[in-house]
Design a protein around this ligand. Structure first.
Ligand SMILES: Nc1ncnc2c1ncn2[C@@H]1O[C@H](COP(=O)(O)OP(=O)(O)OP(=O)(O)O)[C@@H](O)[C@H]1O
Length: 309
């Protein structure tokens, strides 16, 4: 295992009854990076990070955090990983300072609550009850709670959902500061813009599988080389597999009598050659380079409903 691999997930699978939440996920998070897990609602993001944090037992596959199995090394893992999970609600009346002091008492070497309140801009509301904090303040408190145990890895899940644009940008700056202070971050999001802005590397998860994993630049390059052609045919295509089995073709869809194919930069030549060989020279053929957004989403194999820009 390379020295800077902090979290290693291999072939993770988790089902809930008949629901396959995580089908087959492998990824590695390196020390010091902001690692994004991006995908639509229900893709299996939360289940994946909960498995990393030892909160779920995988049905198959392995998770290692600094070489430790989160399921069997609970005590160490709790100190190593700070978790800010979705909807982490606190009792309404607990004050910001009290919540941090309470959580600090759970850890062997916690951070100083007063210092953390200061870092997260919460000093002024330290005596305010949880229910009376603004959305942004609640969010910052939940980040503080993820950091209070002085973890090496912080898992931030749907960090800025529900925040206004200014609070969202402030939170992004905060996440960068936390990383710069030496905490590795796993960021779960369904906001493409958030992943673009913050993450060193991004895993795109769809239907419980990693469909792409790279730096933003790498993902964009892969997406740019994606080609898209549309055409009609003089007669029926006997079987879609004639085209979908070509290595250059990634997807084939149909809108009325027009076919739309996407694939590699060899798509056009491959499709035209195959069809011409069958006496089906395409009519009204157009080639298009997908827009960056389309192409980025296309890496997931379909549109991300619920992924927002
Ligand atoms: N405790 C559970 N019991 C039953 N099904 C669950 C449970 N937790 C998650 N699921 C299901 O597993 C699938 C993946 O859920 P998960 O929360 O991991 O996805 P997600 O990508 O984080 O989505 P979201 O952004 O909506 O939270 C979903 O279909 C969800 O309904």
């Amino acid at each position: 295992m390379p020295e800077n691999d902090l979290v290693v997930v291999q072939n993770l699978r988790k089902t809930y009854g008949a629901t396959v939440a995580v089908d087959d996920v492998s990824l590695t998070v390196r020390e010091g990076e902001i690692f994004g897990i991006l995908g639509p609602n229900g893709a299996g993001k939360t289940t994946t990070v909960e498995s990393i944090a030892g909160l779920r037992s995988p049905d198959a596959g392995t998770v290692r955090v600094i070489g430790l199995d989160p399921r069997t090394r609970r005590t160490e893992i709790t100190s190593l990983i700070g978790v800010q999970l979705q909807a982490s609600e606190l009792p309404e009346k607990i004050r910001a300072r009290e919540a941090l002091e309470l959580y600090a008492s759970f850890y062997p070497s916690p951070r100083d609550p007063a210092e953390l309140l200061e870092q997260l801009g919460l000093t002024e509301v330290r005596e305010t009850q949880f229910a009376k904090l603004s959305g942004g303040q609640k969010q910052r408190l939940s980040i503080a709670l993820a950091l209070i145990g002085n973890p090496r890895v912080a898992i931030l899940d749907e960090l800025t959902t529900g925040l206004d644009p200014q609070a969202r940008r402030d939170t992004w700056e905060l996440v960068r500061q936390i990383r710069d202070a030496g905490v590795t971050i796993i960021l779960v999001t369904h906001f493409m813009e958030e992943a673009e802005y913050l993450c060193d590397r991004i895993a795109i998860i769809d239907k419980g599988r990693v469909v792409a994993l790279d730096t933003l630049a790498g993902l964009v390059d892969a997406a740019r080389s994606e080609q898209r052609i549309t055409f009609r045919l003089p007669a029926e295509l006997p079987d879609n597999a004639i085209l979908t089995s070509l290595p250059a073709v990634r997807t084939l869809t149909r809108e009325q009598d027009r076919f739309i194919a996407t694939g590699t930069d060899e798509l056009l030549v491959a499709v035209v050659t195959e069809l011409a060989g069958r006496g089906l020279a395409p009519i009204d053929l157009h080639t298009e380079h997908t827009t960056l957004d389309d192409a980025f989403l296309a890496l997931a194999g379909r549109n991300f409903e619920g992924v927002e820009r």
